[in-house]
Design a protein around this ligand. Sequence first.
Ligand SMILES: O=C(O)C(=O)C[C@]1(C(=O)O)C=C[C@@H](O)C=C1
Length: 287
Amino acid sequence: MKKMGFLGPKGSFSEEAIHLFLATQPEFKDSPPELIPFPTIPRLLFACNDKEIDWAFVPLENSTEGQVGVTMDTLGQTEHLYITREFVHPIDQCLLTHEPMSLEQIERIYSHEQAIGQCREFLEKHLPHAQQVTCLSTAEAAHRISSIRENWAAIGPRRAARLYNLHLLQECIQDVTLNATRFVLVGHHLAEMSDGEDKTSLLVIAANTPGSLYRILGEFAKRQINLSRIESRPSKRKLGEYVFFVDVDGYVFAPPIQDVLWALKQERISVKLLGSYPKALPDERIF
Ligand SMILES: O=C(O)C(=O)C[C@]1(C(=O)O)C=C[C@@H](O)C=C1
């Protein structure tokens, strides 16, 4: 049986999303993979890079809180991985406690930093006195508070309340109601060109010189290639030096993208292919 890893433990948003994702993928219907929880995203991606598992399902960005930096940085460091699918999942954050209580009674809030970030205004307004404790995942937060009977709360998915025997104190506490996270499936082989619209993710290392980003973007613009996302991350080598994560429309072997890659190579700009995969359809539950 093939293995697919996700950020666990049971009851995380990643687990919720992976089940819904698999249900949309005909290729996994007849032979569903074994699902394996990992405690952190780097461990999950490196296990996939080292071929201990066949795929890793990881969060990449959230509509409210933005990039999941640890996923981007680790993808930049791995050598044998390609993004092969993307999946957008709506995220409703819930406040979970042992028993019914007022917000004033809550002394501590446990959750993953992304979830805390998605509820920042709610926390400032309703729980300014509560101490915030970051955890490896929302499900780990629910698990942690479940074993100690204190006036502590976890922020996480509705389902975590049932799994960890917690009370659902409040639902939809995220600052923006239409909150969604884009997950990607990472594997060892480049996905084939699809029947519909594809997208290509690249990591571009630009020199810290005048106009270098302008020249890179110009190569795409010249060929009418649409850029759907550009994000920077620190290069981790020097303060003020960055790498760029770029998503463009089209399959990597399509002539216009091949032309850009060739032109960038001529200019000695280093590019890492992160994957080429079918664009997720807009989800009517979210947009
Ligand atoms: O902590 C979890 O439950 C996760 O699956 C991680 C994660 C993330 O890193 O973005 C996934 C979706 C939500 O945006 C919040 C947290």
